[in-house]
Design a protein around this ligand. Structure first.
Ligand SMILES: Nc1ncnc2c1ncn2[C@@H]1O[C@H](COP(=O)(O)OP(=O)(O)O)[C@@H](O)[C@H]1O
Ligand SMILES: [Mg+2]
Length: 323
């Protein structure tokens, strides 16, 4: 049994198109799973669905998610069944995730009191210890500061300390280092990695930065236009990508893109079309791509969503560009 198991998750804007279709994800204890994709591919919506935080206009069309076998999400249910400690999330904008009118130590302490039932005195002491744990020097002093008195990197450490206070089984980090400088980014990555090794939690690491994936992730899932294109170990994804979109992504980074930023392929995904979401850009498109491709397994950790390779021989005559 996987720590987190997401099956067939589809999301749509109420009464309108389907933004996320049939997404399958697993996460094991002690594992960092990257979710990579360009802006608008559905990374954040996937995370928000798992936490029951979807915007009101967005609905769960189908799918289930379990944490250690416990159902946390079902289609039709607006609220998730959340047990404290199952899942928590680190957001892109750490300052925005903090309460501007409350000292940061008190914010960490509040989680300890509300979620973990600590007394006020216990929570205050443990909050300082957690701030120290996430690499904040002078933690006693920093605990008394307000968010606006701290740098972005420092705020993200505070947010991670709050996430730790929950003792989650699954931590979702949504572009946690956007806007932070490269040195701080490396420190935050290292901190996340240490936490995984120490606590055995699993991390869904959402990013549009392939260099960060190479650094951080054991496995990676590629999203495009709300479709799970491919999922594989990080090594296999970089060395033997199977999906034409993944190949395109990796190609577009060459020769030497130091930043590893995913380039937008095309803003024009048509969510109302039933077929593969990459068909309009795919160099290998053929008639079958007008239907939605199922996940094909090359081994138990490497799956991709494409009709290519599902037939032994694809001769040129079949490859009509009729999508
Ligand atoms: N509040 C919202 N209501 C309706 N659609 C939204 C909302 N926020 C984002 N979307 C749409 O959902 C899709 C996925 O967005 P998102 O998950 O934020 O992408 P990513 O995190 O990969 O950049 C996009 O097409 C976006 O336009
Ligand atoms: Mg996002």
């Amino acid at each position: 049994m996987s720590l987190l198991d997401v099956r067939g998750l589809s999301l749509g804007i109420a009464g309108r198109e389907e933004l996320l279709r049939d997404v399958n994800l697993t996460l094991e204890a002690g594992e960092v799973m990257g979710i990579v994709g360009e802006s608008g591919s559905g990374k954040t919506m996937t995370a928000l669905a798992l936490l029951g935080l979807l915007p009101p206009s967005m609905e769960i069309r189908s799918g289930t998610a379990t944490v250690e076998g416990r159902t946390v999400l079902e289609a039709g249910a607006r609220r998730v069944h959340r047990a404290s400690g199952d899942m928590t999330m680190i957001f892109q904008n750490p300052r925005g995730a903090l309460n501007p009118t409350m000292r940061v130590g008190a914010q960490v302490g509040r989680v300890l009191r509300v979620v973990r039932g600590k007394t006020r005195a216990e929570a205050a002491a443990e909050a300082v210890a957690l701030l120290r744990r996430v690499g904040i020097s002078g933690a006693e002093r920093v605990a008394k500061a307000y968010p606006h008195q701290l740098s972005g990197g420092m705020c993200q450490r505070v947010v991670i300390a709050m996430a730790l206070a929950y003792r989650p089984r699954v931590l979702i980090a949504d572009e946690p280092t956007t806007g932070l400088d490269v040195t701080v980014q490396a420190q935050i990555f290292e901190l996340l990695r240490e936490l995984v090794d120490e606590t055995g939690c699993g991390v869904l690491f959402i990013t549009h930065d392939l260099a960060a994936v190479a650094d951080m992730c054991d496995r990676v899932s590629v999203l495009y236009g709300g479709q799970l294109m491919e999922t594989a170990t990080t090594v296999e994804m970089f060395e033997q990508p199977k999906h034409p979109y993944t190949q395109f992504l990796l190609e577009s980074l060459k020769p030497e893109d130091q930043q590893g930023e995913v380039q937008a392929a095309d803003a024009g995904v048509d969510f109302s079309l039933p077929g593969c979401r990459f068909a309009h850009r795919c160099p290998h498109v053929f008639d079958r791509c007008a239907a939605f491709p199922p996940l094909v397994e090359t081994n138990d950790k490497h799956l991709y969503s494409c009709f290519l390779g599902q037939e032994k021989s694809l001769d040129a005559a079949q490859c009509s560009r009729s999508v």
